[in-house]
Design a protein around this ligand. Sequence first.
Ligand SMILES: Cc1ncc(COP(=O)(O)O)c(C=O)c1O
Length: 402
Amino acid sequence: MPTRTLPPPLTQLDRWRRDTPGCRERIHLNNAGAALMPQPVLDALARHLEREAAIGGYEAADEAEPRLRETYELLGRLLGAAAKNIAIVENATVAFNQAVSAFDFRPGDRIVTTRTDYPSNQLVYLSLARRAGVETVRADDLPEGGVDPESVRRLASHPRTRLVAVSWVPTNSGLVQDARAVGDVCADLGVPYLLDACQAVGQLAVDVDELKCDFLGGTARKFLRGPRGIGFLYVSDRMLERGAFPLFLDMRGADWTDPDAFRLADGARRFENWEFAYALVAGMCEAARYTLDVGVEGQERARSLAAVLRERLAKVRGMRVLDRGRERCAIVTVDVRGRDAVALELALRQRGINTSSTDRKSGVLDMDEKRASTALRLSPHYYNTEDELEAAVAAVAELAGG
Ligand SMILES: Cc1ncc(COP(=O)(O)O)c(C=O)c1O
């Protein structure tokens, strides 16, 4: 009998890639935009839609009740929280807005934030200034980049401070804010703390107790590898016990009990809206399960691939790495001298390499300080390979004429 050679055992990386159909098509370095969904996420989405078509949307939702319960539990495990402290919402922006709307701001009240918070969050601060006379103050950065927790302390000590809000990882760079140090400051001062963890969940370890945050918002589609159009909000017991609820309450969040009265739902559910994209929830459930299975190994790999990428890009002529701060993550941003990042992104896409571009509007203060009008953003995940990074660096170098 001829001897048969057995195929080599699958490595962890092989498994991750085998589970990721998109890996076969492209080099996907846009996980900070939307990561490639693994097969179990796709299957869950499709299965739920099929059930909606077969038996009806409301009936399929009833049938999916156990999975919905599981989604809260898995998200809770991912964040170090109990299921009852998790609300499922449409996206990270809605999570942020629901949390902010729980405060009855008066003219002269203060929000303390950073210089790199997400643009939509900045727009909410500006809107609150215009509509309600709320003052937003931005803490100073440390010389190496990243917010100075002592500056947060000085500003948040002001008696009118109602809220400290921080984007843990901004959208336009690989900076990781020292969210824990800010949490310590907020706990010392007794000021509520809202953390936008949209770019953090799936690539950084999250523990809401350690972070000492009162609200933490996120989305499924980024490093969590879920579908687009669904997200979540953690709400602390402290906030729930205080009776916090969103300004625009929905009938899932409360019962209309008498003509002029309502009763809030228990737990973070009071921050939810009645209409749910159940198929997306099913996808987010599987994404949370997959992320928990992959564990810290995947997070570390994503960040170390980014470190390699950053180092290699820094060596290309004409390339300026823009990421700052003590800690950096799986997002790499570069200014390619003389080249518009949007054009580069499109040229790379034509070669089968997905990246994204960011412009001044994504971070006015940060981009101005870096004297960059656009930046190319490359964000690997644990399923990427070193060969893919090499191919991307070579393509960027060629396009940049480096
Ligand atoms: C830091 C940060 N916060 C919030 C958001 C908004 O997330 P969503 O589009 O899910 O509302 C993003 C999206 O890129 C982000 O990068």
